[in-house]
Design a protein around this ligand. Structure first.
Ligand code: DX5
Ligand code: ZN
Length: 216
């Protein structure tokens, strides 16, 4: 599958996100990944729908909301209104994953379900036919800049062996080395935060990730 890039703005200065959002959109990002943390599901609080709505002004690249929220069903609507085309909720945070995916589709957006490193891929199997994307966390959610957990790739391989249509997104510790491992395992959507924030420029960082996939 062709690789897609979903840069996260988490590791940039939150008071000046317009700059990197615009640059990443112009550099050909496929999605802008918005990390929404509620201070409950994970300790930090990031930003809300009000801020995400302003990202649209910088280009037409679709936005996706990664809801690291204890109550995703209480929040998804605001992010759809803010213009997000894909909502990713955590398997660990809802007892009604199927209903939530159905609701998201009825609202005309893509549905994604995320699993933490400690959550088995089996939990997601009954949902595969009802999702557009599975997000396999390759770090524990809550913070950028953590070290990639290679054992999570086994879940990517399992899910890909069951389904060759679904987008498999990996999130956490992705750089030019780990992206190759994840791509080889069957992932095709790559979230990157700190690697891009630390790159010479976000656009250069994106280019390096693209090249790393090409060499595979
Ligand atoms: C982690 C977030 C990630 C984060 C990734 O809780 O879900 O999207 O931004 O950051 P890096 O690429 O620095 O691991
Ligand atoms: Zn994320």
């Amino acid at each position: 599958m062709k690789p897609s890039f979903a840069p996260s703005v988490l590791s940039f200065n939150h008071a000046e996100l317009g700059g990197p959002v615009k640059e990443l959109m112009q550099a050909g990002a496929d999605w802008i990944h918005c990390d929404i943390m509620d201070g409950q599901f994970v300790p930090p609080i990031t930003f809300g729908a009000e801020m995400v709505a302003h990202f649209k002004a910088y280009g037409s690249t679709p936005l996706e909301a990664h809801l690291m929220a204890k109550t995703p069903d209480r929040h998804f609507e605001a992010f759809i209104k803010a213009g997000c085309k894909r909502i990713i909720f955590h398997a660990e945070a809802t007892a009604h994953a199927h209903r939530l995916a159905q609701t998201l589709h009825n609202e005309g957006v893509q549905a994604g379900m995320a699993i933490n490193p400690g959550t088995s891929a089996e939990l997601i199997e009954p949902m595969l036919d009802f999702l557009d994307v599975v997000l396999v966390m390759t770090v524990n959610p809550g913070w950028g800049g953590q070290t990639f957990i290679p054992q999570c790739l086994e879940k990517v391989r399992n899910i890909r062996s069951l389904n060759d249509r679904i987008d498999i997104e990996v999130d956490g510790g992705i750089d030019t080395e780990t992206i190759q491992l994840a791509y080889a395992a069957g992932a095709n959507v790559f979230v990157t935060g700190s690697f891009l924030a630390e790159a010479e420029s976000p656009a250069r960082g994106l280019e390096a990730l693209r090249k790393a996939c090409d060499t595979k």
